[in-house]
Design a protein around this ligand. Structure first.
Ligand code: NAG
Ligand code: NAG
Ligand code: NAG
Ligand code: NAG
Ligand code: NAG
Ligand code: NAG
Ligand code: NAG
Ligand code: NAG
Ligand code: NAG
Length: 476
């Protein structure tokens, strides 16, 4: 806003010199046509999916709703034909009442007495996971710790006093080395879930280890210290559950995660995790992580504005938590080889953009951010490969994905306030049949009544202003 005076001045100068623009494209004959080229022979990352979290009591937020509405909220989020989320990120609680280790063992050699947090079934997280599984039997549960038990850390507490590091890593200065016990504790959480019918697919020891707010459960780590822990943890996980993946390390931003990975790589730790996980808070992704990885997929595992407004709109103010903006954030992440995208909370009770669904007593509202998720994840299902896709104009964004059964999803976003005509060219696929799903201020991933004729790998389509339109192609 501080530049508005300068811009106003510039605008006056331009309008006084219209003849200067006589040779430029006349606004009256501008055309809105984009050429989109898809090549199914060139493939990039494999889709992991979209998700949200029930951490810190968020999973209990629906408890005030009727049983039918509680069910509908979970269905709206996780059903393949509605919100289409497939990732659920659980907090492995470290505070009293939520931890699986209520009593600290005297030494790392003492027996640890693990117990499932009975209060509300792990702060309703187990209940949410069980319900989400009804709507998505392939649910990808990511169990992630914000902190080790306090007594395992240099600070001695799980929350406060600088937050500390896990004892045993470099610069931890502790009496005991608690790394193996911490690894056991994390694996035990997976066992307790498995015993209750919920398979955990990804396990993490860190949440935002680069950040020290001291106001909630947290634990620090740089990349060197991550090496010291992961070199103990990774082999123990593989021994306990060969197919369980290990994450690293949920930094607060893509740049912060790059620094951590660089350090981990310097000490030879790039084979000590299976999924590269980062949050989108303090910096978003500007380039793929691939140069810092050994081929692992990347997941954005948490983001929201954390503020106290509830924005449910698709595109009204251009505010950055409207659904339309989220469609573009995800587009940018996918273009940078990110394989999946999680919102912060699934549900919450106060007005906040930290959740996809706002619950108010016996009623609830769904944010259009979920429709941005659905525009991708309903059609590019986990396992889909991203294909080469280019656009001839900057304000029309496109990615393309081939599902494991050969169907192709092409989510397109039109940032212009004009309808664009799209000339779609397809190579390396024999799909013949196209349908389109529209999301804008009055449609939520709605099947349109348009028909398209595919001929010689080409078809023409229109995309409405300020909308996301996902084309779904098969051979029917
Ligand atoms: C658009 O208008 C400008 C200015 O009148 C003209 O020079 C140009 O040839 C026009 N372009 C098309 C494609 O009609
Ligand atoms: C382990 O914890 C459970 C529940 O907290 C308790 O009932 C049990 O007595 C404990 N067992 C031992 C050996 O301390
Ligand atoms: C906890 O989960 C069990 C199933 O594992 C279920 O029977 C029970 O109703 C749940 N309790 C609460 C409070 O959600
Ligand atoms: C451990 O001691 C070193 C040297 O005094 C210090 O730099 C470092 O911050 C200490 N680490 C912790 C976690 O307190
Ligand atoms: C929640 O519902 C109450 C009662 O219907 C209403 O007065 C209040 O404004 C609502 N709060 C929000 C944040 O929508
Ligand atoms: C679309 O979803 C919003 C909530 O995000 C809801 O308020 C609206 O009624 C829905 N519109 C249609 C046409 O279903
Ligand atoms: C192919 O897979 C997609 C995504 O899972 C699904 O929506 C579609 O119905 C499947 N089509 C066929 C023909 O099996
Ligand atoms: C498309 O069909 C042609 C002719 O049947 C076939 O040779 C080719 O392998 C098919 N391509 C794909 C990607 O299925
Ligand atoms: C097709 O969709 C358009 C735009 O949504 C609508 O105006 C029109 O009435 C629909 N036509 C039919 C036959 O349903």
């Amino acid at each position: 806003m501080k530049y508005s005076m300068i811009l106003a001045g510039a605008a006056t100068a331009v309008s006084a010199q219209t003849t200067y623009y006589a040779g430029a494209a006349n606004v009256n004959n501008l055309t809105f046509q984009a050429t989109i080229n898809i090549d199914a022979r060139k493939q990039y990352q494999k889709m992991l999916g979209g998700g949200c979290s029930g951490a810190f009591g968020a999973a209990c937020a629906t408890n005030s709703l009727s049983a039918a509405d509680q069910n509908t909220v979970v269905e709206t989020l996780f059903d393949e034909n509605i919100g289409a989320l497939s990732i659920l990120r659980n907090l492995i609680g470290s505070s009293p009442g939520t931890t699986i280790l209520p009593v600290c063992p005297a030494t790392p050699d003492s027996v640890a007495n693990y117990t499932f947090p009975t209060a509300n079934n792990d702060s309703c997280q187990l209940t949410l996971a069980q319900n989400a599984l009804k709507f998505n039997p392939d649910l990808y549960v990511y169990a992630d710790a914000w902190s080790a038990p306090g007594c395992f850390k240099s600070s001695g507490v799980e929350n406060g006093v600088g937050n500390g590091v896990i004892c045993g890593v470099r610069r931890s200065n502790c009496t005991y080395d608690w790394r193996e016990q911490y690894a056991n504790y994390l694996i035990e959480y997976v066992r307790l879930y498995q015993a209750r019918g919920v398979k955990v697919s990804l396990l993490g020891a860190y949440n935002e280890p680069d950040f020290n707010p001291i106001t909630y459960s947290a634990m620090l780590s740089d990349g060197y210290q991550a090496y010291d822990f992961l070199s103990v943890f990774y082999p123990m996980v593989k021994k306990a559950f060969p197919s369980l993946s290990v994450s690293c390390c949920d930094s607060t931003g893509a740049r912060q995660q790059r620094d951590l990975l660089y350090e981990l790589g310097r000490v030879g730790g790039l084979n000590l995790f299976d999924v590269n996980t980062y949050h989108n808070y303090q910096s978003d992704i500007k380039e793929p992580f691939d140069d810092l990885l050994h081929g692992q997929p990347t997941l954005e595992t948490e983001w929201s504005d954390g503020g106290s407004t509830w924005v449910s709109a698709w595109d009204v103010q251009g505010q950055n938590f409207e659904g339309f903006q989220w469609a573009i954030y995800m587009h940018n992440a996918f273009k940078n080889n990110v394989a999946g995208w999680s919102h912060w909370w699934c549900t919450w009770t106060q007005p906040t953009d930290a959740s996809l669904v706002a619950v108010n007593g016996t009623s609830y509202q769904v944010s259009a951010r979920l429709w941005a998720f659905a525009g991708y994840f309903r059609f590019a299902r986990p396992g889909a490969m991203r294909l080469a896709a280019t656009t001839s104009v900057m304000e029309v964004y496109v990615t393309a994905w081939e599902n494991t059964n050969g169907t192709i999803a092409i989510p397109v976003i039109n940032a212009a306030h004009y309808t664009y005509t799209l000339d779609m060219n397809l190579a390396g696929t024999n799909v013949t049949h196209v349908v389109a799903y529209l999301t804008d201020n009055t449609h939520n991933v709605t099947l349109t009544n348009e028909t398209f004729s595919v001929s010689g790998g080409k078809f023409t389509a229109e995309i409405e202003p300020r909308s996301m339109k996902t084309f779904f192609l098969d051979c029917n």
